[in-house]
Design a protein around this ligand. Structure first.
Ligand code: PMP
Length: 402
C-alpha cells in the first residue's frame, strides 16, 4: 500500500478556491470578485508605472543575484518602517524599531506569530476580530498561539459592533495579544473612526493587551498612505509597544513578489539588536532569507522622491477607482434595479472589499446562474468591478435577492 494511503483530501482554500472555480467557467460574462487583487478599468491586472520605472532603474544597474541577509534588504526595511510609522516617529528616530523583511504580509504575520509564541512573556492567546481575514486563524494557530475572537461586525447595522468590541477586549485576560486591522478591514470594509481608535487604545492600555497590527492595505483605504497609518501612529504616540505586519502586495501591486516587513517597537537600540538577533533565528530554519526582486523594487520607489510621488498618485488612483465603483454599484442597485433591502453599506465601507450581506445560497445562485464568483460569506472585491461588468453584476444581484 502507498505510504500516503491515509492522507485525507483537504478542502479547497475558501478564497483561492473561488479563483479555481472561476477559471473553470467558460462563460464570457463571468466575473471573479473572490480574490483581493486590484484590476484596472478593463478588468486587467495592473502593474504600476512606478514599479515599471523602478524595474528599469534596477535593470540598468545590473544587480547581482546573491543571497540577501536573513532579515532582508536593510534599506528596504528602514524605508518600510518610515512609511508605516511616519518620518517623525519617536521610536524610528530613537533607532528602537526592530524589523525584518518578510514573505509579504502573510510571512510578516507568521514570523510575528512565531516570535510571540517563543518570546512574548505573558499570554499565548491572540484575539482576532470576528470575522477576520480567513488566513489569520491558521497562521496564528500554526505559529503556536491560541486563537480567540472579539466581536467586530454587527450584521444588523452592517457596521462596527463597537460596544461588543470594547466589552470583549475588556473581558480578555490581561496581557493577551490582540490583532487589529490597521485600515481597510478585510472582509468587512468597516473601520473604526479616529475617535473610536482612541477608545480602543484606552481599553488596550487598561487591560495591558499587546496590539499586533496587520497593515495589508496602507493607502488603499483612503488613497493616502499617511491617513491610513493613523491607527498605528496613534497607538505608538499613546505609548503602546506594538507589533506590525506590512505588505506591499496591494499598495504597490507586488502580489507575487512577496515583499513585506515585520517590526516591533522596543525600548532602545540595544534591545532592538537583541530582538532582531532572535527574529533571524526564527527565520533562518524556515526559509533562510527572503526574495530579492520585490524588496528592491519597493526600496527603489520608497527611496526616490520622484518615484515616491508618482507611486502615491497611483495608490490614490486605485483607491479612487474603487470608491467610484462603490457609488456606481449603489446607484445601480437602488436606482436602476430597485433592489430590495438597504445598500448604504456599499458606499460607506472602506478599502478593497465590500461585505454585501448576500447569503451563502444567494452567492451560490450567482455562481451557478450568473457566472459571478465571490466568497461564500458574500464578500466581494470591489476592484473586480468596472464599467463593462458593473451593470450586469447589479442586475444579477438584484435577481438573486428578489
Ligand atoms: N492581511 C490581510 C488582512 C489581507 O487581506 C492580506 C491579503 N489578502 C494579507 C494580510 C497578506 O497578503 P500578502 O501575504 O499577499 O501580503
Amino acid at each position: 500500500a502507498s505510504t500516503w494511503l491515509n492522507v485525507p483530501a483537504g478542502p479547497p482554500d475558501p478564497i483561492l478556491g473561488v479563483t479555481e472555480a472561476f477559471k473553470a467557467n467558460k462563460d464570457p460574462r463571468k466575473i471573479n470578485l473572490g480574490v483581493g487583487a486590484y484590476r484596472d478599468g478593463d478588468g486587467k491586472p495592473y502593474v504600476l508605472y512606478s514599479v515599471r520605472k523602478a524595474e528599469d532603474i534596477l535593470r540598468a544597474s545590473n544587480p547581482d543575484k546573491e543571497y540577501l541577509p536573513i532579515s532582508g534588504l536593510p534599506e528596504f526595511t528602514k524605508n518600510a518602517t518610515k512609511l508605516a510609522y511616519g518620518v517623525d516617529s519617536v521610536p524610528l528616530k530613537a533607532n528602537s524599531i526592530a524589523s525584518t523583511q518578510t514573505l509579504s504580509g502573510t510571512g510578516a504575520l507568521r514570523i510575528g506569530g512565531a516570535f510571540l509564541a517563543r518570546f512574548y512573556p505573558h499570554s499565548k492567546v491572540i484575539y482576532l476580530p470576528v470575522p477576520s481575514w480567513g488566513n489569520h486563524t491558521p497562521i496564528f494557530r500554526d505559529s503556536g498561539l491560541e486563537v480567540r475572537g472579539y466581536r467586530y461586525f454587527d450584521k444588523k447595522t452592517v457596521g462596527l459592533d463597537f460596544e461588543g468590541l470594547k466589552e470583549d477586549l475588556k473581558n480578555a485576560p490581561e496581557r493577551s495579544v490582540v490583532l487589529l486591522h490597521a485600515c481597510a478591514h478585510n472582509p468587512t470594509g468597516v473601520d473604526p473612526t479616529p475617535a473610536q481608535w482612541k477608545e480602543i487604545s484606552d481599553v488596550v492600555k487598561e487591560r495591558k493587551l499587546f496590539p499586533f497590527f496587520d497593515m495589508a492595505y496602507q493607502g488603499f483605504a483612503s488613497g493616502s498612505t499617511d491617513r491610513d497609518a493613523h491607527a498605528v501612529r496613534l497607538f505608538v504616540s499613546e505609548g503602546h509597544q506594538i507589533a506590525l505586519a506590512q505588505s506591499f502586495a496591494k499598495n504597490m501591486g507586488l502580489y507575487g513578489e512577496r515583499a513585506g516587513a515585520f517590526s516591533l517597537t522596543t525600548a532602545d537600540p540595544e534591545e532592538k539588536a537583541r530582538v532582531e538577533s532572535q527574529l533571524k533565528i526564527v527565520i533562518r530554519p524556515m526559509y533562510s532569507n527572503p526574495p530579492l526582486h520585490g524588496s528592491r523594487i519597493a526600496n527603489t520607489i520608497l527611496g526616490s522622491p520622484e518615484l515616491y510621488g508618482e507611486w502615491e498618485g497611483e495608490v490614490r488612483g486605485m483607491a479612487e477607482r474603487i470608491i467610484s465603483m462603490r457609488e456606481r454599484l449603489y446607484d445601480a442597485l437602488t436606482g436602476t434595479h430597485k433592489t430590495p433591502g438597504e445598500w448604504g453599506h456599499i458606499k460607506s465601507q472602506i478599502g478593497m472589499f465590500s461585505f454585501t450581506g448576500l447569503t451563502p445560497p444567494q452567492t451560490e445562485a450567482l455562481a451557478k446562474r450568473a457566472h459571478i464568483y465571490m466568497t461564500a460569506d458574500g464578500r466581494i472585491s470591489m476592484a473586480g468591478l468596472n464599467g463593462n461588468n458593473i451593470d450586469y453584476f447589479a442586475e444579477s444581484v438584484s435577481a438573486a435577492v428578489k
